[in-house]
Write a protein that binds this ligand. Structure first.
Ligand SMILES: *[C@@H]1O[C@H](CO)[C@@H](O)[C@H](O)[C@H]1NC(C)=O
Ligand SMILES: *[C@@H]1O[C@H](CO)[C@@H](O)[C@H](O)[C@H]1NC(C)=O
Ligand SMILES: *[C@@H]1O[C@H](CO)[C@@H](O)[C@H](O)[C@H]1NC(C)=O
Ligand SMILES: *[C@@H]1O[C@H](CO)[C@@H](O)[C@H](O)[C@H]1NC(C)=O
Ligand SMILES: *[C@@H]1O[C@H](CO)[C@@H](O)[C@H](O)[C@H]1NC(C)=O
Length: 398
């Protein structure tokens, strides 16, 4: 099964750029935001120019069209919504310059009453965003504001109902909240991103995924104040390959099942990822009283550098009988190596009624920074361990 999945992933990764390259051969008009009145001086609101250029790019009667955001300029944007569907099959956005948010909270002008996000893309299929530019969310005033808790800080870049999204070669810095959120999208390839926010900045996740399928995130670097990647409810076939995370909170499945919600996540594959001084490595977290499942999850070839909680399942402990929990099953950890900043390297903590089943650990070697032994703890876990340091006593051994 995993082998099959891997082949599918590689085909997608290899095939997709060819498809886009072919599309580019056809006549394809481009729309430069400067021609629509954008000044790019870093101060003036360029949102209207962007929206006008977008309207023409989106309405072009061609197979492909391109929106150009030129280099060596800084475009200040208010919260904007780029709405589809668009006529072209492929819509390129070449971000070569810098896009910045307003630099203090009172200057943000949210449309209607929504504070959801800064730059939103909705219902656009075949959206290709790349170009080597920078997207700066100017998050610092939001992080420091006592009144602006997680609920009303905006996401920097929000994609919803965007099938066949391709995002590559961009730098994202200092979002007020999460940098990129992907919701209800099917088929995305995300490569060569660099996401940077200070390690103490609150909720500045790198990429959050929900209700989406067939997403590949490859060869990217994320230095954030929260999860590098969080995989949330309704996600299936998510592949994360070659991500360097740290500082940050690691790669998480969940949290799932909060306030009794029915949440499902399955077919998650995380491979060749490095965690450098992260507060977690690979984590699965569910809430007591939730329903649904997190299953068929593989973490393979994971390198740890002084990670805290390198390997953790937290199916929140429930002291009561007959309370539901999100089921966690079929989770594999294969070839996880490196150092933990604490001796307690493995925590498999599951609910006493539901428990976690078929948890497989294979070729695990986690030591402390000083080379001392680490240890594992577990509650209500069933599974197998092949060649594990530390020894995981609750699992059967082969
Ligand atoms: C879209 O383009 C067509 C011509 O191809 C034009 O008639 C129509 O007004 C345009 N719509 C918008 C919203 O610009
Ligand atoms: C996603 O797209 C693939 C290929 O186009 C399709 O087979 C699949 O049914 C879609 N899945 C969802 C959840 O829309
Ligand atoms: C593993 O990931 C790193 C990025 O962290 C990348 O440079 C390297 O090519 C990847 N190796 C393989 C075998 O995928
Ligand atoms: C880990 O991060 C530290 C800075 O926090 C850096 O000095 C070190 O080179 C990084 N390690 C690796 C393996 O990249
Ligand atoms: C585990 O890692 C330590 C430190 O890198 C190393 O000395 C040891 O040989 C490794 N053990 C196995 C079984 O690979």
């Amino acid at each position: 099964m995993m082998k099959f999945l891997f082949i599918v992933v590689e085909m997608f990764v290899v095939a997709s750029p060819c498809v886009w390259a072919t599309m580019e051969l056809h006549a394809s008009p481009s729309f430069n935001v400067i021609d629509y009145g954008a000044l790019g001086n870093g101060q003036t609101d360029d949102s209207n120019a962007f929206l006008k250029a977008w309207k023409d790019a989106c309405n072009a009667s061609y197979g492909a069209s391109t929106l150009i955001i030129p280099k060596e300029k800084i475009f200040m944007l208010q919260p904007v919504l780029f709405h589809g569907p668009c006529k072209p099959t492929i819509l390129h956005i070449k971000i070569k310059g810098t896009i910045v948010a307003p630099n203090n909270i009172k200057d943000w002008k949210f449309p209607e009453s929504t504070r959801k996000a800064w730059i939103r893309f909705k219902r656009i299929s075949g959206l290709v965003i790349r170009g080597g530019g920078l997207i700066d969310g100017q998050g610092a005033p939001w992080w420091n504001s006592y009144f602006n808790t997680e609920i009303n800080r905006p996401t920097a870049l929000h994609f919803s109902e965007c099938d066949n999204l391709f995002l590559s070669r961009l730098t994202h810095i200092n979002s007020p909240k999460n940098h990129i959120s992907i919701n209800r999208c099917n088929g995305s390839l995300i490569t060569k991103l660099h996401i940077i926010a200070p390690n103490e900045s609150p909720n500045t996740d790198g990429i959050d995924i929900s209700q989406s399928s067939n997403i590949v995130i490859k060869n990217s670097r994320m230095e954030t104040g929260d999860d590098c990647i969080a995989i949330n409810h309704g996600s299936t076939f998510i592949n994360i390959i070659g991500v360097f995370c740290g500082p940050g909170h690691g790669i998480s499945v969940g949290s799932l099942g909060k306030n009794g919600a029915h949440h499902t996540v399955e077919e998650i594959y995380v491979r060749n990822c490095t965690f450098n001084r992260t507060t977690n490595g690979v984590r699965i977290k569910t809430w007591m009283g939730g329903q649904g499942y997190a299953r068929k999850i593989t973490f393979k070839d994971i390198m740890l550098v002084e990670a805290t909680n390198p390997l953790i399942i937290d199916q929140q402990y429930n002291p009561y009988d007959n309370v539901d929990a999100v089921r966690v099953s079929d989770v594999k950890y294969h070839n996880v190596r490196g150092t933990s900043s604490s001796a307690h390297a493995i925590k498999l903590h599951c609910d006493k009624t539901i428990g976690c089943t078929n948890i497989v650990l294979k070729e695990i070697n986690i030591t402390t920074i000083t080379g001392k032994d680490t240890y594992a703890s577990c509650k209500n876990v069933k599974g197998v361990c092949y060649s594990c340091n530390p020894h995981v006593s609750c699992l059967s051994h082969n």
